[in-house]
Structures are given as C-alpha cells and as structure tokens.
Design a protein around this ligand. Structure first.
Ligand code: NAI
Ligand code: AKG
Length: 525
C-alpha cells in the first residue's frame, strides 16, 4: 500500500501545508519516505467541525451498527497485511513477533469493544418508575442512561504503535462510547499511522457513518496537538507518553473556558516486592524472569519493572546473581527514537553517577541507536533521601532497593508516587507480611499481581491499566480493558419525559434489548 503523507480529514485525504517531517528508521537513523507535511489550522478546524457535526448521529447509532463498525476497522487493519508489519518494524525497531502480536491485540481490542457495545450494560440504563401515591410527596418517573461526552482527541504512544496508537485502546473505547475521534499522529510512526488511519476511514465510509467520525492529523511540532486540546468542540483527551507531555496537555485542558478531562497515562516504575520465602525457594528463577521482563521491548514499557524491593539474605543474592548473569548476556536493543535513546542514556548516567548507588550488571554496549540494559542497587535510606531515584528510566534499567526489614519496605512504598502496577513474589509463609502491605499498595497502584511482572497487559473486562498520579492523570480510570469506555461517557437523567420522547435505551418496550435496572434491580427480560 502506497503511503502518501496525507492528513485524513473526514472523507478527505490531503497533504498538509505546514513543515514536513519524515519517519526515521529506528535501527539506522535513516529518513524514510514519504514526507509528512503538517496539518495547518484550517485542517484542524475542519476535523473538529466535522467531528462535531458527526457527533449526534454517531452517538445514536444502534448497537449493531456501532459494533459492526469496530469489527470493520479490525478487518481492514488485518487486510493491510504485511505492509503494516514491515513499516511498523522499520519505524519502531520492534521485532516482527512483537508487532504481529500487537496487531492481534489491537484487533482483539476492537472486537472486545464491539462485544461491549452489543451487550449494552455500559449504558447503565436505570429506571425508577413514578410513585404517584407516595406520601408525603409523589416520586417522579426517573430514567438514566449514559451518553457519549463528545468528540475525543487521541495522542498515540510511541512505544505501542498499534495497540496504543491510531486504532488503539483510546480510539476503540471512544468510538465504542459513541464519540467521534480526532487523532494527532505520533511523529515516531507516521507511516504506520497513515495505514491504520486509512483502515478506519474506509470503515467509516463502508458503514455509512458521518465522515467526521474519524480524522487523523500530522504535525512536526506541537501546535496541532495543543490546538486540538484547546478546541471548544473537543470534549475529552486520551494520551499515552511522557509526564511532561501529559501535564502540558492537562494544563491546556484545565485552562479552557470550559475545561475538559485529559486521560493521560504517563510515568511508572512499577515496584516489585520480593518476599523472603519466595526468594529462598526460587530467588534465581525470579531473577531470570525479572531480567526477561526488564529487557522486553528494549525496556520501553510503562509497565517495566524499574524498582525492586527486597530484604537482604542468600535469596536476594541468588536473585541478583541470576538477574545479573541474564542481563550481562542481553544484547543491546534498538530504541524507538533518537530522543528516547538519548533520554535513556542520560537517565542511566544520572543514576550511575550517584555516589551511593552501585551497578550490579550491564548488558552489551550498543550502537548509536541502541540502549543497554543496566541493573543498579542501593539501600533504602539512600532511596528515601533522593526523590530523583524514583524517576522513570524509560528503557531496560532497574534499581534494586535493599530494605533492612518490612518497616523499611513500607517506608519506601509510602514515599512512592502513584504507579500502574505492583508485583509481589510470594511463598505461602510470606502471606502475613504481604497482607500487611496490601492496603498501602491498593492506595499506590492500579494493578496488584502475584508471582509475575506487569509487562504485557491483558485486554479484558477486569483489567485496570491506570493508577494514581503520575501513573495517570485520573486514578479512577483505566486505559485498557472494557472499563476504559467509562472515560468517554456521562450520565443524563430524564424526569417525567413521555415515552415517545425518550431515547430508545429507556423506552418502556426496551427496543434495544439493553440490560436495565428497575428500582435498582436487574430488569427481567
Ligand atoms: N510511561 C509511558 O507509557 C511512556 C513514557 N514515555 C516517556 O516519554 C518520553 C518521550 O517519548 P514520546 O513518546 O515522544 O512522548 P511525548 O510525551 O514526548 O509525546 C507523546 C505525544 O504527545 C505530543 N506532545 C508531547 N508534548 C506535547 C506538548 N507540550 N504539547 C502538545 N503535544 C505534545 C507529541 O507530539 C506526541 O504526539 C520517553 O523518553 C519516556 O520517558 C514514552 C512513551 C510511553
Ligand atoms: O505492558 C503492556 O502490555 C502495555 C504497556 C503500556 O501500556 C505502555 O508501555 O504504554
């Protein structure tokens, strides 16, 4: 499929008029064809106007039509075939199995949301019938449903060019909710973005939906993204990336005459708690598994296990020896962009320069586009004394913090910022100590897992990929799994509205066959 470097604005495809950029082949630093001229203000305005015009029609599409649309996007992505995989590999440096797996996850995610739309409980339809004879006052007829919030701006992630990008979780959940989407493409994978964007554009046309249901804009800089968040027609924002980028967009959204929510997934170091029983039983095996998780995708996962907490002893020694040996064997890996590679090197150098931090092991030295795995260690009082040690090193680096006892481990956890995940490695005799720490972990993280690592998020109904700030901007939400749809819905209540004027979801005959609550109890169907 030929790439044209065009913005997709509703049904149109046109090259921008602003400064152009090219994708960079991650492994070599070579510029790739074609160039992508940036969208201009007129393009931004048209994309937002079309999204606004599409909103009322798109949000009222019936469940089958909306689910069919999501499935059509999935089918069109698969139809692109190997062109998508090879372009994505070139732009990101990620290997084929990873990209193919991510494509399957993206398609599975769209289909999951098709199922959510068909099943219908996300609408939260509730009916409290009138009680005209209630004393001292009659109760009115009250009916509630959730509606889409409005057009959503999506900023894709550099590190998940499919599953967290143009047709990723933010887009899939916003479309499922009934929100038109305007994507600001990530400049690290514009070709991948154009291919996937065309797959969505084609599905919009084939499903007979309003053209403004989807648009995709390119920009060499940041003005289109900033303009998008500031545009009064945009009602919410989905973002995955840096803390600096996420907080900049939050500030723009909060400063608007009508502020809107920004759902930003940002930085996390994902503490791993190694309990003494587990370390004694299988310290070396945990060390090996940890090294595999740390180096996955060159460490460029927001779920990367960057902080390990453990009590000293032979079990921890075995862990460090095995993890160190695996990391010393690990090859350097191509990183996503020159900027990310530079930031990683600088972050590692900063920690390496810390007088009280020791380097346990490092992987093979890489070339100019690569990152090298590194494992550091420090005592808990050193960690507690220096807040910079809990900054994310976005790449394959971790810090082992030795805690003299569980009180010291608790002190470290108390000091931690919000996180996406916490992993606990346990033997049965560790349960009492783990139980003590669980309430604190619940306050710090979005997902608690046992005997595993957080990398590789399952797209499922019970998944939370979120967490308190700064892991995300709003710890009440998730960006992965079916609950992600909640971010783009808001409740509306209808009081004493005649049946003929009610939305189908709330009419007496329940023409959409939705699951509903009558007086708080599931309706018999
Ligand atoms: N925790 C995580 O999930 C991730 C963290 N990162 C971190 O971010 C660093 C840079 O990676 P990027 O992917 O380039 O993230 P980034 O945050 O710089 O960019 C993400 C997107 O937001 C846009 N953007 C960023 N700042 C903006 C601003 N002030 N105004 C308007 N738009 C803005 C960019 O153009 C891009 O489309 C990495 O080195 C890493 O530290 C990156 C990817 C994922
Ligand atoms: O670990 C995963 O599967 C997802 C990680 C993620 O959300 C990210 O790195 O942005």
């Amino acid at each position: 499929m030929t790439l044209r470097g065009e913005n997709l604005i509703g049904a149109e495809a046109r090259r921008g008029t602003e400064a152009a950029f090219r994708a960079v082949e991650a492994a070599t630093g070579r510029a790739l064809e074609p160039d992508f001229p940036g969208a201009d203000r007129g393009d931004l305005d048209r994309a937002c106007a079309l999204a606004e015009a599409a909103f009322d029609t798109f949000r009222e599409t019936d469940p089958e039509a909306r689910a069919g649309f999501l499935e059509a996007i999935a089918a069109n992505i698969l139809d692109i075939g190997d062109d998508l995989v090879t372009r994505c590999m070139a732009e990101t440096g990620l290997p084929r199995p990873r990209i193919e797996g991510e494509r399957a996850r993206t398609v599975g995610q769209l289909r999951l949301f098709a199922g959510v739309v068909r099943e219908g409980s996300y609408v939260e339809a509730r009916i409290d019938p009138a009680l005209p004879d209630r004393k001292p006052l009659p109760r009115p007829d009250l009916r509630l449903r959730r509606i889409a919030v409005g057009p959503v701006a999506v900023f894709g992630a550099s590190n998940f060019p499919l599953a967290f990008s143009v047709a990723g979780g933010d887009t899939a959940s916003a479309l499922a909710a009934g929100c038109p989407v305007v994507v600001k493409a990530h400049p690290a994978h514009p070709g991948t973005s154009e291919l996937v964007g065309r797959a969505i554009q084609k599905a919009v046309a084939a499903c007979g939906l309003p053209e403004g249901t989807f648009s995709l804009l390119f920009d060499a800089g940041q003005s289109i993204g900033q303009g998008l968040v500031a545009d009064p027609r945009i009602a919410a924002v989905g973002f995955t990336g840096s803390r600096r980028g996420g907080t900049a967009l939050m500030a723009i959204a909060a400063g608007r005459p009508s502020p809107i929510p920004v759902y930003a997934e940002m930085s996390s170091i994902n503490p791993v708690l190694l309990f003494p029983g587990a370390l004694a039983a299988r310290g070396a095996a945990i060390g090996k598994a940890f090294a595999a998780s740390l180096t996955l995708g060159a460490g460029q996962f927001c779920t990367n296990p960057g902080l390990i907490l453990a009590l000293p002893g032979p079990g921890l020694d075995a862990f460090l020896e095995a993890a160190g040996a695996a990391l010393r064997e690990s090859p350097a890996a191509t990183m996503l962009t020159p900027g990310i590679q530079r930031a990683y090197r600088e972050a590692v150098a900063r920690v390496a320069g810390h007088a009280a931090v020791t380097r346990i092991a490092e992987g093979a030295e890489g070339g100019a586009t690569q990152g090298r795995a590194t494992l550091f260690a420090a005592d808990s009082d050193v960690f507690l004394a220096d807040p910079e040690l809990q900054e994310e090193m976005f790449g394959a680096s971790g810090l082992v913090v030795r805690c003299a006892d569980f009180a010291a481990m608790r002190a470290v956890l108390e000091r931690l910022e919000g996180q996406l995940t916490a992993s606990l490695h346990l033997a049965p005799e560790d349960h009492a100590a783990a139980r003590d720490l669980l309430p604190l972990l619940e306050r710090r993280v979005g997902r608690i897992l046992v005997d595993g690592f957080g990398t590789g998020v399952e797209v499922a109904h019970a998944m939370v990929h979120g967490g308190p700030y700064p892991a995300t901007s709003d710890g009440r939400t998730t960006s992965v799994g079916s609950l992600a749809i909640d971010r783009f819905l808001r409740p509306v209540s209808y009081q004493d509205v005649p049946d003929a004027l009610l939305p189908a979801a709330l009419q007496a005959a329940n023409p959409l066959g939705l699951p509903r609550r009558i007086d708080g109890t599931p309706e018999r169907r």
